[in-house]
Design a protein around this ligand. Sequence first.
Ligand code: C2E
Ligand code: CA
Ligand code: CA
Ligand code: CA
Length: 278
Amino acid sequence: HAKQKEEAISLYDPAMTQALMRDQQMAERLTKALDRGELLLYYQPQVDLPSGRLIGAEALCRWHDDEWGWVSPAEFIPLAERRGLIRRLGTWVLSEVARQLLAWRQIGFTLPGRLSINISAQQFADPDLASHITSLLATVPPSAIGLELTESDFMRDPEQAIGITQTLHNSGFSLSIDDFGTGYSSLSYLRRFSADTLKIDISFVRDILTSHHDQVIVQTIIAMAVALGMGTIAEGVETQGQAELLASMGCHQAQGYLHGRPLPASAFTEAWGEHMRK
Ligand code: C2E
Ligand code: CA
Ligand code: CA
Ligand code: CA
């Protein structure tokens, strides 16, 4: 009885009602933003360590709402996932990336390495994801694209996800496992994901200079990548000290505020244009 009463009360919990209302409102506004083409992509550089040479970029989605201002993707991406909007958003991201790469090419810029795109778990529920990606990116050589997946992408239906990653890999896309170390994937699956790179999560990089524990984890991830013939890239690198330690541990790729923040395409070419001329 006590439990029943608790549940009855929680139905009318004003904080909960408010959260649901914001969720509903945000879903409506995000739908409108998608309809009107108001989302943006920012680009964050990925560099080689220690040279600092540009080796690629990650495309990160941005949303500015007239009334709410900038809404963080940490809020609207999970919302899009909950509300069934992520496939539409993901489709937009893919076509926008194709458009941007073409626009750069037309003004004489080529991004060295790969442009990486985040793919969300729910996109993996689509058995036709691989052909969907291939057709949206038809104007782009697959070798110029990296797809960032998280371990949760593989949870729902590992066999289907493995099949999709194999198809994408065989088409020439490179794949990385994002936020690596924060999920629960089994090592035996890891080998079958056809991923080329493990992306070391920011949470292990943040305190790497002072935390022996985090150093051991990062060293273990790097050793595992080497054993599986994969590369590593560290995310959230903010200081020279972190970059030097990571490089000395054998991680030779980095992404973080030390080398550059995510920027709109025009500002990205202003900052990195000299690396993008043939
Ligand atoms: P993520 O894929 O792990 O992306 C890295 C996040 O770390 C980005 O946050 C980036 O701005 C931030 N970051 C980069 N360098 C640093 C640093 O040196 N210090 C700190 N503190 N943060 C740094 P952002 O742009 O807010 O995106 C948050 C998350 O939203 C992403 O995490 C990703 O999971 C998701 N997301 C963003 N864009 C997309 C998208 O187009 N599609 C999907 N499915 N997810 C996206
Ligand atoms: Ca990512
Ligand atoms: Ca992350
Ligand atoms: Ca992520």
